[in-house]
Each structure stands twice: as structure tokens, then as C-alpha cells.
Ligand binder design. Structure first.
Ligand code: HEM
Length: 414
């Protein structure tokens, strides 16, 4: 098939999928409406909830917005992220070797190898770096005065700088790393068209070459970073190079856009609830409560999927082996059985049980503590240094049903 033909076919398929989604949404299927990426998905989660704790959508996927059922599925070994035959599901892009795309035992082995690079001692090592980057970015915003797009000027910068240090990207590769990471970020949204897929695949190929070079450099000169941590495991055979490179590439992907949008969604929620922004300004130590409530109220990862590995019964439903369940974290985090008055952003609320922003069970986010630390540092510093910050115009959202966040968030620094 020629490239042009492949592109036409992909465009045709995307059009057919969109058409089918529109038909299902018009027929009243709330999950189809969520997949069409409304600016505000939350009313649709409520309509999914009305249909029961486990509901099969017209698009052929089981859905849940129940905090209890979501937790149960995420911890149930009868579900996995691969098909019952151990294949990656068709919508997965080439990260089949990253731990998020693997079931045990490979998942367990890779997760164990990556965990020390994100342990509390390492986080304490990175904290001063995060504080320094935050201060530099605020200085840069203030130097410009007036209005800025907060996403571009701050939120998109901080996590990339942090992850660059954490993974061990040397200064001369930084600009390429930032550029390629932003192109690969589309992977998180699901890649719908052939040109988009080609862009991602090209960025990944370029990044793979870059990582091979960096790994060779680190071999000669180990430091305190992920690459140096992982090299002994490659040398003694606990991990192959084919696993190490995707792991190094996956961390920036998993840890950047998610944290970017936690910071953006947090500031937006605060500025839309000025009395709570004033509370943070008066007491910046409330930043941990702000971050926890943002993760519940408007999580940057709205949903993820699991595949049944066997026929099973649950909540009165029969799920067949190979069928998928969409865990709607955005909906489960507003489950009224767990969080009273769930649609209210309230940094003073009793936190209650752990929300599902970082998932649960064996794939629970490995970078959760780092993401929280970055967002807490950022929001506390903003409250201290730019207490008069205000929204300065309409926001433009990212078009994704998975990653919820903004591309444009104009703010006035006063
Ligand atoms: C606000 C920021 C973040 C959010 C909302 C988030 C969310 C998530 C979620 C929902 C999952 C699991 C998906 C599933 O169960 O299918 C996950 C997994 C993961 N995240 Fe995060 N993440 C964030 C930041 C980070 C950071 C900063 C890093 C690393 C530096 C990171 C590394 C990972 C890794 C390695 C996994 C795979 C864990 C496994 O499969 O065992 N994440 N994240």
C-alpha cells in the first residue's frame, strides 16, 4: 500500500469512527459523548453513573464511574493490560515494552528495576532542583510582565526540566529532548491519523538514537540519574537494552504532560474559586491539600483501560475474556458514595479514601510522589511570589478524552 493510500485509509477509518461515535452519542450513549471530547466531560460521567456501576456502552466497551468497582477491577488479577493471549491491544502504540503495557511477570521485573530512581531519598535529592527551576520560571514570567500563557510560560516547562535531570539528559541534548518529548506527547491521546502516527514514530526513532548516545556517555561517566541506575541491570542481564531504551523514553512521556496539566488544572481551579486561592496565599503550606483536591476534582488522566483475561461475573454483568473496561477516573473521583458534594472544589474537605488519579493496584503511578512534590512546590511558590495572578481570558483545552488539560491559559500577573 502506498503512503498516500495508507493516509487516505487512516483518514477514512478516523471519519468512520467519528461517525459511529456521533451516532451512538445522538442515541443517548454517554460514554460515546465522552469519547467525542466535550469541554466539560463531568455531566456525562454522571449519566454513565445513572446506568449502573458497570455498564456496557454502545461502543462495545464496559464502563465504570464507581470508585468501589474501579478499585476492585484494578486490583483483580483476572484483568490485565494485554489481551488474554498476551498480545498488546490494537490501540496501543509502540510502547509495548514499557511497564504500563506489560502484565506480570515482565511488569514486576521492570517496575522493580525502575523504582529506586523514584524512591523518597531520590525525591529529597531532586527537591532543591524543583525549587530552583520554579523560581527561575517565575523570574522569567515576571521579566515579561503583563499577560502570559501560563501553560507555555510555566506549566509545560517545569516537569520537562525536572524529568530531564531525573533521567540524566546531558545539557547538549536538552533542546532535542524537549522538542521530541512534546511531539511524542500525542501518544497519550491515542493517535488517530496516519500523519499524526508518522510524526510520533519519527520522533520516537530520533529519540531512540539520542538515548543510545546518552547511555554510552553515562556508561563512561555514571551520575545520580535513572540511566546510571539502570545500567548495572543491563550489564548483569536483569534487563535488555530493548527494554531499557523504551523505559527511559516512557518516563518523560508518563511524567510530563500529566504533571503539566496537574499544575495547570490546579491553578485554574484556584482562580475560579478565589476564596481558596486567598487561603493558599495566606498559608502556602496548604499546597498539599490543593494538589490532592485537584487530583480528585479535575484529574489530568481521565481514564485508562483493563482487559478481562477470563470470562467472569461482576456487579450482575457477564464480562467475556478479551472484553475491555474503561475505568473512568474522572467519574470515580466524583462518586457521591465516597466524596460528599463531589462536584465542589474544596481544599478543606476531609480527603477520604485515596482517589484514582494515579490508578490503583500493580500499575499505581510510579511517579505519584514526584508529581505531587512538583505541583506543591509550584503552586506554593506562585502563591508567595505572584499572589495577584488572575485569569485574563478564555482557556483553550487540549482535545483529548484521556489527558485533561489546557493549551492556553492566559493569566495576568498584576
Ligand atoms: C499528575 C501527574 C501524573 C498522573 C495524573 C499520572 C497518572 C498515572 C496513571 C493513571 C497511571 C496508571 C494507568 C493505568 O493504571 O493503566 C500511571 C502509571 C505510571 N506513571 Fe504516572 N502520572 C503522573 C506523573 C508521573 C510521573 C512524574 C512519572 C515519572 C517520573 C510517572 C510515571 C509513571 C509510570 C512509570 C507508570 C507505570 C506504572 C506501572 O505500570 O507499574 N507518572 N500514572
Amino acid at each position: 500500500m502506498s503512503e498516500l493510500e495508507a493516509e487516505r485509509r487512516a483518514h477514512y477509518q478516523a471519519t468512520v469512527v467519528q461517525g459511529a461515535l456521533r451516532t451512538a452519542a445522538a442515541g443517548g450513549d454517554p460514554y460515546a459523548s465522552i469519547l467525542l471530547v466535550p469541554d466539560d466531560p463531568y455531566p456525562f460521567y454522571e449519566r454513565v453513573r445513572e446506568r449502573g456501576t458497570l455498564h456496557r456502552s454502545a461502543v462495545g466497551v464496559w464502563t465504570t464511574t464507581s470508585h468501589r468497582v474501579a478499585n476492585q477491577i484494578l486490583r483483580d488479577r483476572r484483568f490485565g493490560v494485554r489481551t488474554p493471549e498476551g498480545e498488546k491491544p490494537p490501540e496501543f502504540m509502540p510502547f509495548d515494552n514499557s511497564m504500563l503495557g506489560l502484565d506480570p511477570p515482565d511488569h514486576t521485573r521492570l517496575r522493580r528495576l525502575a523504582t529506586p530512581s523514584l524512591n523518597p531519598r531520590r525525591l529529597a535529592h531532586w527537591q532543591p532542583h524543583v525549587e530552583r527551576f520554579t523560581d527561575e520560571l517565575i523570574d522569567e514570567m515576571l521579566a515579561g510582565r503583563g499577560q502570559v500563557n501560563f501553560m507555555r510560560a510555566f506549566a509545560q516547562q517545569l516537569p520537562l526540566r525536572v524529568i530531564g535531570d531525573l533521567v540524566g539528559i546531558p545539557p547538549h541534548h536538552r533542546q532535542s529532548f524537549f522538542r521530541l518529548s512534546r511531539r511524542m506527547a500525542y501518544l497519550l491521546d491515542g493517535v488517530a491519523t496516519a500523519p499524526a502516527a508518522r510524526g510520533v514514530v519519527a520522533a520516537m526513532a530520533e529519540m531512540t538514537v539520542m538515548f543510545h548516545e546518552i547511555i554510552a556517555e553515562r556508561r563512561a561517566d555514571p551520575r545520580e540519574d535513572l540511566i546510571s541506575d539502570l545500567l548495572p541491570a543491563v550489564e548483569d542481564g536483569r534487563m535488555t537494552m530493548d527494554e531499557m531504551v523504551p523505559l527511559c523514553m516512557f518516563l518523560p512521556l508518563a511524567g510530563t504532560e500529566t504533571t503539566v496539566n496537574l499544575i495547570g488544572n490546579g491553578l485554574l481551579a484556584l482562580l475560579e474559586h478565589p476564596e481558596q486561592w486567598d487561603m493558599l496565599v495566606a498559608d502556602p503550606s496548604l499546597a498539599d491539600a490543593v494538589v490532592r483536591e485537584t487530583l480528585r476534582y479535575d484529574p489530568s488522566v481521565q481514564q485508562y483501560r483493563r482487559i478481562a483475561h477470563t470470562d467472569l461475573q461482576m456487579e450482575g454483568a457477564s464480562i467475556a475474556a478479551g472484553e475491555e473496561v474503561a475505568i473512568c477516573a474522572g467519574g470515580a473521583n466524583r462518586d457521591p458514595e465516597v466524596y460528599p458534594d463531589p462536584g465542589r472544589f474544596d481544599i478543606t474537605r476531609d480527603p477520604g479514601p485515596e482517589n484514582l488519579a494515579f490508578s490503583a493496584g500493580i500499575h499505581f503511578c510510579l511517579g505519584a510522589a514526584l508529581a505531587r512534590m512538583e505541583a506543591e512546590t509550584a503552586l506554593a511558590a506562585l502563591a508567595v511570589r505572584v499572589p495577584g495572578i488572575r485569569r485574563a481570558g478564555p482557556v483553550r483545552r487540549r482535545g483529548s478524552f484521556i489527558v485533561r488539560g489546557m493549551l492556553q491559559f492566559p493569566v495576568d500577573l498584576r
